[in-house]
Design a protein around this ligand. Sequence first.
Ligand SMILES: *Cc1c(COP(=O)(O)O)cnc(C)c1O
Length: 366
Amino acid sequence: MKWKEQLLNLTPYQPGKSIDQVKKEYSLDKIVKLASNENPFGCSEKVLFTMNQSPSFFALYPDGYASELRSVLAGHLSIQEDQLIFGNGSDEIIQMISRALLSPETNTVMAAPTFPQYRHNAVIEGAQIREIPLVNGEHDLDGMLAAIDENTAVVWVCNPNNPTGNYIKEPALLSFLHKVPRDVLVVLDEAYYEYVVAEDYCNSLDLIQKYENLIVLRTFSKIYGLASLRVGYGIADPQTIKALEPVREPFNVNKFAQASAAAAIEDQNFIEECRRKNREGLEQFYAFCEEYGLEYYPSQGNFILINFNADSNEVFQFLLEKGFIVRSGKALGFQGYVRVTVGSKEQNDGVLDAMGQYLAKQAAAL
Ligand SMILES: *Cc1c(COP(=O)(O)O)cnc(C)c1O
C-alpha cells in the first residue's frame, strides 16, 4: 500500500508501563505510578456528578463547540470565548496545528529534548525538523531564532519544558516573541502552567492581544487531574482560532470531559492545594539530591529530572521491582537520568527510600 514514506520509521508513542502490567509481572500488590505527571491527588470531588448520567446523555453527541465549558473557561481566564479552541487533550491541538501548517514544503523549529509530540506530528506531515539542543536544560531561544527562515511555519516552545522542568524567564520570552517573524506560529505549551511559582514567569495571556502568531496550550490532564478524560485547549487571537477550527473534528471533546472540566474550574481551592503540596514534594526531592550529591534540574512542573550517573534503564528497573514506575531518562534524551512525577508525601518518601537503596547498592559494588 501507499503509506506515507515518513511513517515507516515512526514508532507509535510508548506509554509508561501500566500499574496492572507491573503488578502481574513482578507479583507486587502495591504499585505507585510516577511516570506520566498525573496528579497524585486525583481530581476535584466536584466533577464526580458528571459520571452519573441517564441513557439519553450517552446517546446524544456532545456539543461540538463545547459552549458551557467555553463560557466557564473564558470567564475564569478573563478572555473572550472566541479566543479558545478545545482538543481531545492538548495532544490533539498539537496535531491540529501540525495538520493546518506543516507540509513537506515547510520546516518547524523546536528544542531537543522536549515534549516528543511536536516532532512526531511534524514527521507525519513530512515537514523538515530543526531541533535546537537545550543549553543547561533550557531552550536556546537565540539558536531557535537563527534556525527560522522563510519556510518555517511553526516554532514550538515548551514552558516549563518537559522533561527538564526548566522555565523561560519573562524578558527572554518577550524578546524572543518580538523577533519571531509574524507569519510564523509560536506554540507556547504550558501544560504545567498551574504548577509554576516562579515570579518572573510570563503571563502569556497578556501577549495574545499583541501577537496574532502566538497560541498558548494548556490542559486538564495535569494539575486538574482529568488525564483519563482527554481535554486540553489552545488560547489565541480569534483570527488564529478561526483559521485552525476547520481541522478540528466536529465532536472531538466528549461530553464527560466537557462537563468535568467545567466543574473542575470551579474548584480552585483544589488547584491551590495541589500546587502547594507539589512544592513541598519537590522540596523532598531537592533535599534528597543534595544529601546524595545528585544533580537535578530545579522544576516548575510536577516532575523532576535527576542525574544518577548510571544506566537510566537500570535505575528504572530497580525502582520498578520495588513497586515504583518512573520514566527512564534514556527514552527522553537524558541518558543517566530518571524523570519522576512528584507524588503524595507518602509516595515521595517511598520512591526516595528505594532510590536510596539503589545508591547504596551501587556504592557497595564499587
Ligand atoms: C502531558 C503534556 C501534554 C499533553 O497533555 P494532554 O492534554 O493530556 O494531551 C502536552 N504537553 C506537555 C509538555 C505535556 O507534558
